[in-house]
Write a protein that binds this ligand. Structure first.
Ligand code: PBG
Length: 330
């Protein structure tokens, strides 16, 4: 073989050994980048596994404490809490009960870990309404936007009162960030409670298993009149900019793995701290394929979570957080 006339680029030189590959790796994934979603359900005697989400359970307050302790020991110190109440009604009133199940769990984790954990609470009403929609309905069965955000604001204040560091409105109602911010400020939480806004939450079929875990499937219809059309990315950027203008501290894109363009776009457009939610269906698919022996589930999960970081997410919300953190520790 003749020598090339000019030096030739040979990218493979840097792929030759594991140490070289490590040296030029662009994306890192560490336990501190991971956020673990946790479900706590009122009235449970013991934790109840969620069939469609291997390794995930609906927790009691006691078992969520134990699970959180394990996560913290593995280096996962950001926890996203969802409450599943015993009583549901048309307005979702239990969401702002100061002694509600979510508020109890927040207080317990605060007591156990003080400032060593970041407690994030889901601020929505679908787990609390008897019809499963993200806010109260009008006579035609449509969610009433301004009544919904008034409910989110009350829920956010009660979560902040219980000790949440970050509230995470996930309902995709117009003006939700502004309503929550002004309610938090009025309630004395101007300085201590941040908002992580689901700015681009798509009306996705990947939420199926979550609705089993959170018992929040809509009793009729779907969420397409409030969540984003999966075909839209530019609209998501407009939502993201609006949320920043309303006072969001962190943004969230969801789902993650099938929406990496949106992750990258929101990061580029806003420069804000960004979380991406690897959702229940994305998690379940990997487990289902692995169970059949069709995929190496561990490798696929790690690759997926790394790809979400590569696209521009600072935080990756995933049901595999504890597993991933332990794997990273070797
Ligand atoms: C709604 C909410 C949903 C998820 C988080 N918050 C579901 C929905 O919109 O029906 C989905 C999370 C997941 O699938 O893992 N408050």
């Amino acid at each position: 073989m003749s020598q090339p006339a000019f030096p030739t680029a040979r990218p493979r030189r840097l792929r030759r050994t594991a140490a070289l590959r490590r040296a030029v790796r662009e994306t890192t994934l560490t336990p501190a980048d991971l956020v673990a979603p946790l479900f706590v359900k009122e009235g449970l005697a013991r934790p109840e596994p969620v069939a469609s989400m291997p390794g995930v359970a609906q927790h009691t307050v006691a078992s969520v404490r134990a699970e959180a302790a394990e996560l913290v020991a593995a280096g996962v110190s950001t926890l996203l809490l969802f409450g599943v109440p015993a009583r549901k009604d048309a307005e979702g009133r239990e969401a702002w009960n100061p002694d509600g199940i979510l508020q109890q769990a927040v207080r317990a984790l605060r007591e156990d870990h003080g400032e060593d954990v970041v407690v994030v609470t889901d601020t929505c009403l679908d787990e609390y309404t008897d019809h499963g929609h993200c806010g109260p309905l009008d006579a035609a069965g449509r969610v009433r936007n301004d009544e919904a955000i008034a409910g989110y604001a009350r829920a956010a204040v009660s979560q902040a009162d219980a000790g949440a560091d970050v509230v995470a409105p996930s309902g995709m109602m117009d003006g939700q960030v502004a309503a929550i911010r002004s309610a938090l400020d009025e309630a004395g939480h101007a300085e201590d409670t941040a908002i992580m806004s689901y700015c681009t939450k798509h009306a996705s079929a990947f939420y199926g298993p979550f609705r089993d875990a959170a018992e929040s499937a809509p009793a009729f219809g779907d969420r397409r009149s409030y969540q984003l059309d999966p075909a839209n990315a530019a609209e998501g950027l407009r939502e993201a900019r609006a949320d920043v203008a309303e006072g969001a501290d962190l943004l969230l894109v969801k789902p993650a793995a099938t929406y990496l363009d949106v992750v990258a776009g929101v990061k580029a457009a806003t420069g804000m701290p960004l979380a991406a939610y690897h959702v229940s269906g994305e998690y379940a698919m990997v487990h289902a394929a692995a169970e059949r022996g069709w995929l190496d589930g561990d490798a696929v999960m790690a690759e997926t979570l790394t790809s979400i970081r590569r696209a521009g997410a600072d935080l990756v919300i995933t049901y595999a957080a504890g597993w991933m953190a332990r794997r990273l520790a070797g």
